[in-house]
Design a protein around this ligand. Structure first.
Ligand SMILES: C[S@@+](CC[C@H](N)C(=O)[O-])C[C@H]1O[C@@H](n2cnc3c(N)ncnc32)[C@H](O)[C@@H]1O
Length: 260
């Protein structure tokens, strides 16, 4: 079963195992005017700082909320300029008109949106935006022998599929984010990219995935070996900018989905 403590248990490998977000995503945020130096950002579920680093490098002031103490320790060490709050996003008072931006980088699916969305809405200044993006590790549009082996491993699972929208299903996540009526959403942007990984990199990366068992990780590491020692993985990242709706609609419907 997936649980949010998974990342904390793998804090030591997380930063080195997960690839950085693609340059095209950062270029888009820059082009759209979100990365203006001096802006204050609330980052939810910052992990070891894969998004925190580029946000700081762009000149933004980052308050990073991360519930895992070991992850937070690594985040602080790697990014001393960030203000790190060790807590669940649901348990922090983010204030009112405090931030120009909120960010959830591959973390929105861990949040209780019924609690977090009203808090983010309140915390954003007029003109602010909630930027939500997610890496999808495995672009279904690109078939590869390695992906076929990954699918074989997944097909053998007998445990129930994890709840919540599929990672690649940005539309379902955006629908959940809009359901409260607190935010309107820009069109989703998608970025496709690839990375070459050797056996050890695959082992470390898949270890960080919350729904993979150690035996399954070894099976895909073996697949890399069988396929010549290096595989090209095709990924996609999607990004959506949400803008607070200031009049009407507040509090309508339920917005949560459970962890995925
Ligand atoms: C897949 S990781 C993404 C980390 C980081 N944003 C990145 O891009 O690498 C998801 C993160 O969300 C954190 N998380 C889980 N539940 C959370 C919650 N309720 N509030 C805030 N963060 C949470 C986890 O501890 C983990 O660091």
């Amino acid at each position: 079963m997936v649980d949010p403590g998974h990342f904390e248990r793998h804090a030591a490998v997380y930063a080195g195992a997960r690839p950085p977000y693609p340059d095209a995503l950062w270029d888009e945020l820059l082009r759209a005017g979100y990365l203006t130096p001096g802006r204050r950002v609330l980052e939810l579920g910052a992990g070891t700082g894969l998004a925190t680093g580029p946000l700081l490098a762009a000149g933004l002031g980052v308050t990073a909320v991360e519930p895992g103490p070991r992850l937070a320790e690594r985040l602080r060490a790697a990014h001393p300029a960030a203000t790190v709050v060790v807590a669940r996003a649901e348990d922090v008072d983010h204030g009112e008109d405090t931030y120009d931006l909120a960010v959830a980088a591959t973390s929105v699916h861990w949040l209780d949106l019924d609690v977090v969305l009203p808090a983010v809405h309140r915390a954003l200044r007029p003109g602010g935006a909630f930027l939500v993006w997610r890496n999808v590790f495995g672009d279904r549009a690109v078939r590869t022998p390695f992906r076929a082996r990954v699918e074989e491993v997944v097909a053998r699972r007998t445990r129930p599929a994890r709840p919540g929208p599929d990672a690649e299903d940005a539309a379902a996540t955006v629908a959940a984010l809009k359901r409260s009526g607190l935010f309107r959403a820009d069109p989703v942007r998608t970025f496709r990219w690839s990375v070459d990984l050797d056996e050890d990199q695959v082992r470390r990366l898949f270890t960080t995935f919350s729904d993979w068992t150690p035996d399954e990780v070894e099976a895909v590491a073996r697949a890399v070996r069988d396929l010549g020692g290096v595989v090209t993985e095709h990924y996609l990242s999607w990004l959506v900018a949400l803008h607070p709706v200031r009049h009407g609609g507040i509090g309508r419907g339920r917005a949560s989905f459970s962890q995925a």
